[in-house]
Write a protein that binds this ligand. Structure first.
Ligand code: H79
Length: 479
């Protein structure tokens, strides 16, 4: 075997291991029960991530350096007693849970994942087992309670929590940061830390539930094991049987690609971070989480926001590969979303209002590659409906859909309320749709193509090749 084929072989092995079955999950439920539990999440496709906590107070700046985010305590080596002072400065008087939920819903998002606790250990809720919580700030309002209320009132959107396993604040958490000389580890007891974490999780599920997803993170330190992960997974499912839990509950994630390597590992879905898998991952549930600029937590200087075009094309790309998109906002210490985020959410919502049907409840593309964009699909009566996401509107007005052997039934623009038929002809193994001269949307125009029977194309969605070295941003998306 040459180098390339060895690499391919290893990739295939990794993929097979990942596809090998749900392991722990299979012990707890049948495939049908599993599918029923994940159904809302698979259909949702688009969610809002919110990173909010004490780190919003310094807003990315410490001792003249301005490139910090939610990791500021660790990266700027801020001693605990100094960081604790942010407690008295956290007073987000402009926080309006209803407004946040309204913005997420208007953007077409179906769930919100907010940091109940990030690595710094600060709880955004009223925790009876911790003094390092929002009730110890001048704000003294249970933020998660207000969000849970707002979601319940609004309907159609699920509240979910991000909860960090790693904790830089709790005395029993181990290991200490290697730069921390003022916090001796003597006397710390990691099992006692786990009891504390479980107590907080019980509060989250009992007082704010039912919740959609419990999204763990910070599982990579050597104190956390797969056995702890399996135990935690069972514990959480025991508290709320229909909850969904990400794969970072366990200890077998492979780096930022976010997919579990061990088929026995705990967790319901993979979590690629700041990247989109190069291809679809048949049989795997996954969600790409991504920042809108370069930081998760609020950084007042970070103006490197992705364009609406990039975000929308990423959403289509991810859906075309069978994944979800969890897009982040980092609110300010006053309690508002940065204006750049508000603006983008609005524009995304305008596109979703017209084209949401091409995202929600869709399946991965049947095509290997589409030069002009991406596709998603849905089963319909007697056939399949293809949603052709056209990024590059063909100058000659001919949209070539390659490698499809089904008979065409009807084509129209999703933006056309009248659904006026677009002519479709067969040319060898392609269908060719005749398009109007102007694209209805400069970022992503969706053409609906209904065909008879199941799609005879590839069963695997591919766009790009290989799982290794996945690009953070497929540059074609940003063109
Ligand atoms: O909450 C946001 C970030 O603060 C958090 N995850 C998102 C959702 C995050 N924590 N760390 N990182 C992101 C980057 C950390 C990467 C590493 Fe590793 C941890 C490199 C080595 C240890 C993860 C585990 C990647 C490889 C192994």
């Amino acid at each position: 075997m040459n180098r390339t084929s060895i690499r391919r072989f290893v990739c295939a092995l990794v993929l097979l291991a990942a596809l090998g079955g749900p392991g722990l999950v299979a012990q707890l439920e049948t495939q049908a029960a599993h599918d029923a539990r994940l159904q809302w999440w698979r259909e949702a496709r688009f969610g809002l991530f919110i990173h909010w906590g004490l780190y919003a107070v310094p807003a990315g700046e410490w001792n003249g350096k301005t490139n910090y985010g939610e990791w500021i305590r660790n990266n700027a080596h801020i001693p605990l007693p100094v960081y604790d002072k942010f407690l008295s400065q956290f007073n987000p008087v402009k926080f309006d849970a209803d407004a946040w939920v309204r913005m997420a819903k208007a953007a077409g998002m179906k769930y919100i994942v907010i940091t109940s606790k990030h690595h710094d250990g600060f709880a955004l809720f009223d925790s009876k087992v911790s003094d390092f919580d929002v009730m110890a700030t001048p704000f003294k309002r249970d933020i998660l309670k207000e969000l849970a209320e707002a979601c319940r009132k609004a309907g159609g959107i699920r509240l979910c929590f991000y909860h960090s396993i790693m904790d830089w604040h709790h005395p029993d958490y181990l290991p200490r940061r290697d730069w921390e000389t003022d916090r001796p580890a003597a006397g710390a007891n990691f099992d006692r830390y786990i009891q504390y974490m479980k107590a907080q999780i019980k509060e989250l599920i009992t007082n704010y539930g039912p919740i959609g997803v419990l999204w763990f993170d910070g599982e990579w330190e050597n104190t956390w094991t797969e056995a702890y992960g399996r135990d935690l997974y069972r514990y959480v499912r025991g508290l709320q049987p229909d909850i969904i839990i990400n794969n970072r509950v366990g200890a077998s994630r492979s780096g930022m690609a976010g997919l579990s390597q061990d088929k026995e590992s705990a967790g319901d879905f993979g979590t690629p971070e700041q990247q989109i898998p190069a291809t679809g991952l048949p049989g795997l549930d996954w969600e790409t989480c991504m920042t809108m600029n370069d930081n998760w937590g609020y950084n007042s200087r970070d103006k490197n926001f992705k364009s609406v075009r990039t975000i929308l094309r990423m959403l289509a790309d991810i859906a075309s590969k069978g994944g979800n998109y969890l897009l982040n906002v980092g609110p300010t210490a006053e309690g508002v979303f940065p204006p750049e985020s508000v603006e983008r959410l609005k524009e995304i919502g305008a596109w979703m209002a017209v084209n949401g049907e091409s995202i929600y409840g869709t399946q991965a593309s049947p095509f290997k590659k589409l030069d002009w964009g991406r596709s998603t699909q849905k089963a319909i009566d007697g056939g399949a409906r293809l949603y052709l996401h056209v990024f590059d509107w063909p100058a000659d007005g001919r949209l070539v859909v390659p490698g499809i052997f089904n008979a065409p039934k009807k084509a129209y623009l999703l933006a056309d309320a009248k659904k006026a038929a677009l002519p479709v002809v067969r040319k060898e193994d392609s269908l060719v749709v005749s398009l109007p001269a102007a694209a209805p949307d400069a970022n992503d125009s969706v053409v609906v193509l209904d065909v008879a029977g199941k799609i005879d194309g590839l069963k695997v969605s591919r766009q790009g090749t290989g799982l290794a070295k996945q690009p953070i941003l497929d540059t074609a998306l940003a063109r």
